[in-house]
Design a protein around this ligand. Structure first.
Ligand SMILES: [Zn+2]
Length: 83
């Protein structure tokens, strides 16, 4: 699958030069998998909850594939805590 970022970059999870695919899942889903006590790494991978975010390598926007729809996030500004 390919999608066009608002900056014009073409995102494709098989083209790591333009796209940084990330996995995302809730802590609860993650701990549920660990508590099911998978015996092998393969079993762990099979049970992992899957959700994905593609980061645009040009502008940094995050494209979150969320339950059948696509949410797009862009960093508004850098925030530093100098306290
Ligand atoms: Zn972009």
């Amino acid at each position: 699958m390919k999608i066009k970022c608002l900056c014009g970059n073409i995102l494709n999870d098989e083209t790591l030069k333009t796209t940084n695919p990330l996995m995302i899942f809730s802590e609860k889903d993650y701990y549920d998998v660990l508590e099911s006590n998978p015996k092998t790494a393969e079993e762990l991978v099979d049970k992992m909850p899957s959700g994905s975010i593609w980061e645009c390598r040009v502008c940094g926007r995050l494209h979150y594939f969320k339950e059948g729809k696509l949410d797009i996030y862009k960093l508004e500004k850098e925030v530093f805590d100098n306290s």
